[in-house]
Design a protein. Structure first.
Length: 369
């Protein structure tokens, strides 16, 4: 009952924001109407009639997101919008509302669940508020490296997981990717952190994920809930001491201006999904329709584009941070093992039969090369 109430409240909020805001969508895809060159008045009138009819056939999907202009995330999203228009011959148009215009990850997902928004992007950590299907993505030590994450997300598991999410919350994940393109690093404004012991008593922003908070607890870190859009101010004012996020988002969102210490970790990755609401799926004609398949084609292609963009940024981000006066610490093998040991201490809490992450799912993920 509480979840239903929260969903309705989120839906009302998104509708109110949309009605009252003077902000325009950041980018939309244009419907293309193919017409031959004309020289007569009659032909021109015919063209106008065809254009009007074509405009009526355009399906408009509204997308709420947190990405900001100038980031890889934003660039990949705008490319996705262009590809959707291209692959659907202009029949599907996406109105894009970035930078949290329609609310946080949780807000826009709830709006999709209530069918007052068509498309939302959400981290798997934030999605855990509504379904635990993808919780394994955030478990520390689950993946060996970034290549392993991508291998899992394009494996046979993908469609199974997407359908389970759809069955549980009524929204279908069309995109799986890794925010920031690398494992999450620990940024903080207080001191150099080499081992979990050094992080003791730091106040670090949390998404609210039970797995994330359990890891923080194992490391002696205080978990402080905070929306992504509020993070810079929170760090600046000392409401939080740090953030656990991908290195590229940490740098491009300028958190390193107010958090001058970062620790390179390989524990957790930050997968995210784009989800389509049931009403959007119905507009496209269902999961088996050509329009839906073309949107999926655009989405998967944009995943690869984002991965390539991220890899370029990740390669040089540590040097950029150092040039900006940030202390970037890379733990040695013994110190990395200390972090892994902390993550192992929460395995029995989440992995196993009848638990958040089924043993069979864990084993399947580990077997993927």
């Amino acid at each position: 009952m509480k979840k239903k109430v929260s969903i309705l409240l989120a839906a009302a909020m998104v509708m109110g924001l949309t009605a009252c805001s003077s902000q325009k969508p950041a980018q939309t895809s244009a419907a293309q109407t193919s017409t031959a060159e004309t020289s007569g008045e009659q032909k021109a009138e015919s063209t106008e009639t065809e254009a009007a009819a074509s405009a009526e056939d355009v399906i408009v999907l509204r997308w709420g997101d947190a990405a900001v202009e100038g980031t890889v995330e934003y660039e990949a999203n705008t490319k996705f919008i262009q590809l959707v228009s291209q692959y659907t011959d202009g029949r599907v148009k996406i109105e894009y509302y970035p930078a949290g215009q329609l609310g946080s990850d949780g807000d826009v997902v709830q709006a999709c669940m209530a069918n007052t928004l068509d498309l939302a992007k959400c981290s798997t950590a934030n999605l855990s508020e509504f379904t635990h299907v993808l919780d394994f993505c955030d478990f520390p030590g689950m993946f060996r490296d970034t290549d392993h994450v991508y291998a899992v997300l394009v494996s046979d598991l993908r469609d199974e997981l997407a359908m389970k999410v759809y069955e549980e919350i009524g929204c279908y994940p069309i995109t799986f990717d890794v925010d920031g393109g690398a494992a999450r690093w620990l940024f903080n404004a207080k001191r150099e952190v080499k081992t979990p012991g050094d992080a003791n008593n730091l106040k670090v922003r949390t998404t609210g994920s039970e797995i994330e908070m359990a890891l923080y607890s194992a490391c002696g870190i205080g978990a402080t809930p905070m929306a992504w859009q509020e993070l810079y101010t929170g760090l600046e004012q000392g409401t939080v001491d740090g953030v656990y996020c991908g290195p590229v988002p940490g740098f491009t969102n300028k958190f390193t201006e107010v958090a001058k210490y970062t620790t390179v970790l390989t524990l957790s990755f930050g997968p995210s999904v784009r989800v389509l609401s049931q009403s959007a799926i119905d507009k496209l004609g269902g999961l088996d329709s050509d329009l839906f398949k073309n949107v999926m084609k655009a989405s998967k292609e944009s995943e690869q584009i984002k991965r390539e963009l991220n890899e370029k940024d990740v390669a040089g981000v540590a040097d950029k941070m150092r040039e900006a006066g940030v202390s970037v610490y890379e733990p040695n093998a013994e110190e990395q093992e200390a972090w892994l040991e902390a993550s192992r201490s929460i395995v029995s809490q989440f992995i196993g039969e009848g638990k958040t992450i089924p043993q069979e799912l864990y084993d399947r993920v580990q077997a993927i090369q």
